[in-house]
Ligand binder design. Sequence first.
Ligand code: GAL
Length: 392
Amino acid sequence: MKKLTLLVLTSFLFLGVQAQKFEKLAMTPPMGWNSWNKYGCNVSEVLIMGMADAMVSSGMKDAGYEYVVIDDCWQVSRDENGEIVADKDRFPHGIKYLADYIHSKGLKFGIYSCAGTLTCAGRPAGRGHEYQDALSYSRWGVDYLKYDWCNTGTQDAKSSYSIMRDGLFAAKRPIVFSICEWGSNKPWEWAGSVGNLWRTTGDISDSWNSMISIFSQQKDLAKYAGPGHWNDPDMLEVGNGGMTTEEYKTHFSLWCMVAAPLLAGNDLQNMSPDTKTILTNKEIIALDQDVLGKQATCWRDNGNYQIWMKMLSNNEKAFCLLNSSDEKKSVLVDFALLAQARNDWDENEKPMSLNNYTVRDLWEHKDLTLKESSIYVDLLPHSVKVYRFNRK
Ligand code: GAL
């Protein structure tokens, strides 16, 4: 009996100090807005509050966007106690004031730091201050932390990120932990127990080539993603001007297919109708946010014509036909065959019969009326078609 009590006591003690991340966070890929892609270092209280306002008034919040994240350059120094200090000119009321404002809008607040000695923009970073910074973030009301990888010298990635995870856990406020080491140390292999999302590549830029090359690097990573732990192919460029509307539709569709975190990176205060339509397409977003949390796999690869398949809850699934070539393509699509498609390695997936499903075009917002199971589909250059098989 004594032995049993001792065993229970020691396991309690052990569990009490055991490193862990918060449970039940980011059960679907996080959605929000981040300052970096459009504004770089040019961040301020006025900008961030304006974006929070616009997130609500533009319908982005209704579509599911939640986190408003300040990226690099909000911080300028540390005080005599080592506390991180925000730029007083740009954030005159301090970070807690901003967090409170964002919370008052029914949104959540995110911030940025880095595992090295300095951030990528040369600002003070977290190395050696992890627990102290986690306490500040917790006190301010931070809900999301993006943690970068500049100026890390010979640091080990897994242990560096684990220190911050433990700091956040010790500070007791559930904070989504976004690991940003650009895929350098294969975070998909170790970060599931450390963070909630991890970058899989270097930085995206606002061009077709950058976007499609990043997307192609997600191909073998599907098995590592799931509720609470996601592959992150970087933030969205939709609406920033470097791609055509068709290309932005493709960018957004592909990110939703691979269950990517959806962090818009454009000016929410001045969105064109096209940009708004893309970012708030609820039927496409529903693929990303599906509770099963499966990342799409490439089911057929014909080089610049690919078919991606995403399994969804309720035995439903989605397909994305991708024409990444510079030419228009007309492809014969057999929906009966698609209904039967499954990933061989996943024994939970059952082949389905087209008879039990309706097929919906998620950009046209229309169910298909299929007289035959095969039809020709026209794909513009750099475009997609996204179909969802809904149970009848
Ligand atoms: C990069 C990161 C970007 C952005 C930038 C800030 O390392 O990948 O997303 O955060 O640092 O300096």
